[in-house]
Design a protein around this ligand. Sequence first.
Ligand code: CP
Ligand code: NVA
Length: 312
Amino acid sequence: MTRHLRSLLDLSPAETTRVIDLAAEIKADPASCAGALAGKSIAMIFAKQSTRTRISFEVGIHQLGGQALALSSGGGTGMQMGRGESVSDTAKVLSRYVDAIVIRTFGQDQVDELAEHGSVPIVNALTDLYHPCQALADLLTIREHHQKTQGKRLVWVGAGNNVAHSLLLAGPRAGMDVCCCCPPSLPPNAFVYERARTEAAAAGTRVELCSDPVDAVAGADVIYADTWVSMGEEEESARLLRELAPYQVNYALMRAAGDQARFMHCLPAHRGEEVTDAVMDSPQSIVFDQAENRLHAQKALLLLLLGARPWT
Ligand code: CP
Ligand code: NVA
């Protein structure tokens, strides 16, 4: 059966742990998997901008001995998909050439459609709904800084967006509590939140929604922020900046959290908006470890999805 990472719903808790364990092994000994994807080609379709995701996938695939094809979805050198070729036809054609497809786009339906009509693994490199590769790297980072993820508490401070959704699903998979602290007008997607609640109940962890950042962060192990205006939301930016202003992660909020708290951000950060320089550059900030761990986590993910390493 072809395996995908359309969202973290594609991974069981045990499989999530396997990705993180393998990522840690690869990080400790990169030579252990050099050449593991020799002869494999991976298409990477980007319909939105990217620094970390695109570069870490491209470098990671190179380090594994594979070939990465970085493609844009439109424009002069872009794919025909950008001028109307259907996602299903694109999936069928690409499946004849490449061994996996990594895609960053707007609608989650495009990722799902590629998986439905193609015959190779599909990896979601960010949609409006999810960012699962980010959450996998984040679990590795939390484990590194807090020794484990089990029993830890992550507080999301901001709108209920794509990164928040993947962290809500990551929590129950990693034995971690997640509190989504957002303005009541900008909640997480209802399906994702309810699914995360159900999974948390089964896993014995907690998933909660709240709106007061000072209350929410007390005793937290991780405070997590993201841009107030995600890609594709530019027209709504005035409203988002206004409604999210009380959700800035600043020195006072980190003090309210406590010394044990680490600050995380998927980046790119908008310094002076969702986070201040003082927090970004503080010893509690682990944002650049997160960025590095994208590389290791994605290498592990590709090895597993392409069958170069066993899931169990
Ligand atoms: N965090 C993240 O996905 O960054 P990019 O948008 O630069 O890929
Ligand atoms: N929520 C952000 C994440 C960027 C990595 C966005 O979608 O733009």
